[in-house]
Write a protein that binds this ligand. Structure first.
Ligand code: FAD
Length: 588
């Protein structure tokens, strides 16, 4: 039986008459729960409004330019049978329907600059694409709206988070030494100095990039780029440390372009503006250490930042809609992390939704609904919203260049990173998951090389993932869960760190190293490591997968002793039954 349901504007932090600036759905579309319906813009923020129910859209009641308030109907959705139930957020978003190519615009005016290669966005994807293009001899212009190069990763992502995590890990390690008879006093934390250290790290890296751009003669145009046709981009120049407009526009004419405009934080519509509610960028500003902190979203970014704040003194709660924290790696890996980190949390709320957030004078009050939800709203000193990132495809005038952008804002590309417009490429977060810097850089090199006329392809077999928590969790390729779901026959081997001399010497033998082999070819097709420095070691498993290694190849490679990396060789020895660092294996 089908049922018509009104999808309404939720609590939007008390704002009313808010502008609708994007509409992602139309009649006939199928939407999943949590899929974005519209984007709203207040004077302070933009936020996407997700669907509360799944089904087929029958009618859309708003359009770009509409003004909406809480309770207004956005669309009517027909939900049939079980689909009327809120879908599990684990359900993958429906595959993007093929999008018709927009009709490109035509720029009649002139240009202030000309180049062979134009790169839009200077994140890890963009600067790598620009540098590779220049190295290949192309006259290259890089357009970036912020003052420094490096994008999210260097300025507000990978690097600052690791600078803080490093300090947290040292504090935790020193505390563990007490068990070995070495006592230090309680750490005295000067939060301004710690923040300064993080800024210094960022400055060193972004400064280095500026120098390398200069050395390669890559010209940087500082401003917000908008395509105005397939061979021209207008850049509204910016100034200061943010993206303040100079009210000056230049036009760049290009032969080829690589779009690397990245992604942005997803805002939850019902969350009010308050300095005690932050996203990952705000959390990295490290303004103060709260007594009680809530992390909304149990993914890697939330858990990494939670680790930092917890080591600095905060008590943590985490709320996650799915049935487990840190989705992605196999649960056996995550279990080891969770056991070691339980002491940081007062409440881990799985299968639980955040339904309301209210800023009061004495704290942020949050209401939950679900399995482990407390009945009363809970008070927090700081709330970190880490609910994911969305691509920037809808904000760069891609349609004027004739480039297809999906409803969600991703730009579809082929294996050569080419968009539907043959001389325009796209890379990094804007082309799809996983949103990771090393994927962006790899794609950048492919795009630049193809643009230069080389036969390059994105044909990497695997992309590794790492949670830089303590212990770290790193994984690559096939997981056991994926093999089970897809009916793929595998063999696995595990080397427990309780038998690793180095892990025992370090006093950190809780981890293990696991390899997954194809049961027919016996080649390694996946691996996972949980333990200190797991992220630094997973690269060997990636190489083994790319090279089509089997257990003998890995096991007969001499690994240095005593190292944690040795555990990969030993896991391979376990697979072919020759490991002498474990009790004798039972004959199969
Ligand atoms: P971005 O880094 O998003 O860069 C895009 C650039 O384009 C930006 O500089 C932006 O200002 C610019 N831009 C956008 N639109 C315009 C326009 N119209 N005009 C001019 N300029 C424009 N990944 C990892 O691999 N490892 C990690 O440990 C890791 N940690 C992370 C921690 C946090 C807290 C966060 C938020 C992310 C983390 N990531 C990590 C993800 C990683 O930062 C991204 O995957 C990566 O930065 C994507 O690179 P990109 O080049 O595609 O885009």
């Amino acid at each position: 039986m089908s049922q018509l349901i009104e999808l309404k504007v939720p609590d939007i932090g008390g704002h009313s008459g808010v502008d609708v600036i994007e509409v992602f759905v139309k009649a006939g579309d199928t939407v999943a729960v949590e899929e974005s319906l519209i984007t709203l813009e207040t004077d302070k923020a933009t936020m996407e409004v997700p669907a509360s129910h799944a089904g087929v859209i029958k009618e859309v009641k708003v359009s770009v330019g509409s003004k909406v308030s809480e309770g207004d109907v956005i669309a009517l959705v027909e939900a049939a049978g079980a689909a009327a139930e809120a879908l599990s957020p684990a359900a993958p978003a429906p595959a993007a329907a093929p999008v018709e190519a927009p009709k490109a615009a035509s720029h009649a005016g002139g240009a202030d600059f000309e180049c062979e290669m134009l790169v839009l966005g200077a994140g890890p994807g963009g600067y790598s694409a620009a540098f590779r293009s220049a190295d290949l001899g192309m006259k290259t212009i890089l357009v970036e709206r912020y003052a420094t190069l490096g994008g999210v990763c260097l300025n507000v992502g990978c690097i600052p988070s690791k600078a803080l995590l490093h300090n947290a890990a040292v504090i935790d390690e020193v505390a563990h030494l007490e068990a070995n008879g070495i006592k230090f006093g309680k750490p005295e934390i000067d939060i301004d100095q710690l923040r300064g250290y993080k800024e210094k790290v960022i400055g060193k890296l972004t400064g280095g990039l500026a120098g390398m751009a200069k050395a390669r003669k890559v010209d940087i145009v500082r401003g917000i780029g908008t395509f105005i046709d397939p061979h021209h981009i207008a850049v509204d120049l910016t100034t200061g440390s943010g993206k303040d407009l100079k009210n000056e526009r230049v036009v760049v004419k290009f032969q080829k372009a690589i779009i690397a405009a990245g992604s942005r934080v997803v805002k939850l519509p019902f969350i009010p503006e308050d300095p005690r509610i932050v996203d990952s960028t705000g959390a990295l500003e490290l303004k103060f250490v709260p007594k009680k902190m809530l992390v909304i979203g149990g993914g890697i970014i939330g858990l990494e930042m939670g680790t930092v704040y917890s080591t600095l003194g905060a008590r943590l709660d985490v709320v996650e809609m799915m049935d487990g924290l840190m989705q992605g790696p196999d649960r056996d890996l995550v279990k080891v992390w969770q056991k070691m980190n339980e002491h940081r949390f007062d409440n881990i709320m799985l299968n639980t939704k955040t339904t309301a957030v209210e800023a009061r004078e004495d704290g942020i009050y949050v209401t939950f609904e679900g399995e482990k939800a407390p009945k009363e709203p809970q008070r927090y000193d700081l709330v970190l919203v880490a609910a994911g990132r969305a691509p920037n495809g809808k904000f760069i005038g891609a349609e004027n260049a004739g480039v297809v952008v999906t409803d969600r804002g991703f730009i579809p590309v082929d294996k050569q990173m080419r968009t539907n417009v043959p001389h325009i490429f796209a890379i990094g977060d804007i082309v799809g998951q996983p949103m990771l810097a090393h994927k962006a850089v790899h794609e950048a090199h492919v795009a630049a090389e193809v643009a230069h006329g080389e036969k390059a392809y994105f044909d990497a077999r695997v992309i590794p993932g790492v949670a830089y928590t303590d212990p770290e969790v790193a994984w690559v390729g096939m997981t056991e869960a994926q093999a089970k779901a897809e009916g793929i026959k595998i063999e696995k081997s595990v080397f427990p760190w309780a038998a690793s001399g180095r892990a025992i010497a370090n006093g950190r033998d809780e981890g293990f190293t696991k390899l997954i082999f194809d049961a027919e070819t016996h080649q390694v097709i996946g691996g996972g490591i949980v333990g200190t420095h797991a992220g630094d070691m997973i690269g060997e498993v990636c190489l083994a997968i790319e090279m089509g290694c089997d257990a003998t190849d890995i096991g007969k490679t001499i690994h240095p002793h005593p190292t944690l990396g040795e555990s990969i060789g030993m896991a391979a020895e376990v697979a072919h039954g020759s490991c002498t660092d474990l009790p004798p294996q039972r004959k199969k």
